[in-house]
Design a protein around this ligand. Structure first.
Ligand SMILES: [Zn+2]
Length: 235
């Protein structure tokens, strides 16, 4: 099994689905992680240039810890993610052609901020384009009809999962991977007075209560023609 997570900022996959990604790895799947934004506006002190480098390094470290085969960085500036950005669509389509996933996990298209929403659209646009042979410049075309799940929103607001993954055995892994995004965990504490690791543990516990396990992550399928499958694709 091959799995591709497409998140917006360098820590978004860790926040919403890294327990699931780790579970895929433990079950023998090849997991690929991709972040579209470079996270260069996510700090009050560190300037955008150095911050983008720092955040790319944090994402590499967390991805390796989770067991991802590769971490892709599309390197678009924060607040400039745009579903019609053809360069970004091309780059993500190439990621899809390299990862050749059986399933994709990305943001829902009504998440809390513009970059997340645009990333959701970029992911589905790029996935569709990945199968068009005349658009395949750097990598051979790969089927465009890849089943896709939307991952939870931040703090679960306005997101009702239809699918749950039991991550009780992966929760500490998830929180350690999140903590590797040091610049963000510190920034949230200083700027927003939010203990991010505690918040994510609590949200995972809350999803766990909803499905009768200790910790869980929630998902919703991207429900359009023909992205469905007869296979059970979540671990
Ligand atoms: Zn984000």
């Amino acid at each position: 099994m091959r799995v591709l997570g497409i998140g917006c900022h360098p820590d978004d996959l860790e926040i919403a689905c890294s327990g699931t990604l780790r579970k895929y790895v433990e079950q023998g799947a090849d997991v690929y992680m991709c972040h579209v934004a470079n996270g260069d506006q996510g700090h009050v002190v560190i300037a955008p240039g150095p911050l983008a480098k720092l955040r790319a390094a944090e994402a590499e470290k967390a991805g390796a810890f989770i067991g991802a085969k590769q971490v892709f960085n599309i390197d678009v500036h924060d607040m400039q993610i745009n579903r019609h950005d053809q360069a970004a669509i091309n780059a993500i389509a190439d990621v899809v052609r390299i990862a050749r996933p059986d399933v994709i996990i990305t943001h829902s298209d009504d998440d809390y901020m513009q970059d997340h929403v645009e990333t959701s659209h970029l992911a589905t646009n790029a996935t569709f384009m990945s199968g068009l042979p005349h658009c395949a410049v750097n990598q051979p075309a790969f089927t465009s009809f890849i089943p896709t799940f939307f991952m939870d929103s931040l703090a679960g607001v306005n997101f009702n999962p239809t699918h749950y993954v039991d991550i009780s055995d992966q929760i500490e892994y998830k929180l350690q991977a999140l903590a590797m995004h040091e610049s963000q965990v510190k920034w949230m504490l200083e700027h927003d007075d939010i203990d991010f690791v505690d918040m994510i543990r609590t949200c995972s516990r809350y999803r766990g209560y909803q499905c009768g396990v200790a910790y869980a992550e929630g998902f919703r399928p991207y429900n359009v023609y023909p992205r469905h499958s007869t296979k059970h694709l979540l671990p």
